[in-house]
Design a protein around this ligand. Structure first.
Ligand code: ZN
Length: 97
């Protein structure tokens, strides 16, 4: 099943990985501005995330950093709440919920 919302998030994931690489090369060591990886294609919000945190999130392909409140409860669940952003995890094929 191909879901346009998930495709959108994957696009933002790739963009953020490029940003992460640039931030590291630029010597950024603390927090940096990433793109909100929510499902809304028109969302242009930024999330301020520590590089360390972002790298940790990106180790799992099914996790995304987004603005608090931008989660799509139908396809993802919140795994961590921070001051300026939340981390969501894509739900797999579940029969319950
Ligand atoms: Zn968003």
């Amino acid at each position: 099943m191909t879901d346009k919302r998930i495709q959108n998030e994957e696009l933002f994931q790739k963009a953020n990985e490029i940003l992460e690489d640039r931030f590291r090369k630029a010597g950024v060591r603390e927090t940096a501005q990433f793109i909100c990886e929510c499902t809304d294609v028109t969302c242009m919000r930024n999330v301020e995330v520590a590089l360390e945190t972002f790298t940790g999130v990106r180790e799992r392909r099914d996790r995304y950093v987004i603005v608090n409140g931008h989660q799509d409860d139908a396809i993802e669940r919140v795994v961590e709440r921070r001051d300026s952003f939340i981390i969501v995890e894509k739900m797999g094929d579940t029969t319950d919920g």
